[in-house]
Design a protein around this ligand. Sequence first.
Ligand code: E4P
Length: 216
Amino acid sequence: MKFFVDTADTAEIKELNDTGLLDGVTTNPSLVKKSGRDFIEVVKEIASICPGPVSAEVVALDHDGMMREAETLRKLADNIAIKVPLTIDGLKTCKKLTGDGTMVNVTLCFSANQALLAAKAGATFISPFVGRLDDIGHPGIELIADIRMIYDNYDFATQILVASVRNPIHIHDAAKLGADVMTAPAAVIKQMFKHPLTDNGIAAFLKDWEATGQKI
Ligand code: E4P
């Protein structure tokens, strides 16, 4: 499973990238607003820190406008994935861009039929938002199982990128279902490292080691 971090905070990206465990980055207009940075500038910097796919989202709603914005964004670096919304114009743009060899992340997916359409449009990534489905009382993870089954039935190459991840349980469940990628806030990724028994074990081993009086 590939790990993407869902942020436009370059300090967080650097820290995770240094672990060697980061495979890519996703951003969205809300995350750019939170960073307080210029969009183009921050995307360029992110793409230079992390060699994996970096998703940058268009904000136009029409195909021509999306293509214009995508043109600007894809020139920023070779590892940019253009993020388009799951609309008719978004998928039309997806088809055109992937046909030209550009990576496309189709975002704001909330149903298996939407994911089927994105795969038919040649999407590189489909982003089902599990957390936002949970928020309205629909188990988001069930959508991942449905998309996995449909994509496997037809051998679609589109990668399932589990988005709107809110906790480590989402990641655990998505991994069991065979999701290709997950994107989560840095804090959630860091939670995955933690276990109280690991901390207790380290403390106990260190105490015993000190008692031996030895050094390595
Ligand atoms: C995905 O690409 C989105 O940026 C993100 O996962 C949305 O998460 P949220 O629902 O927590 O805002």
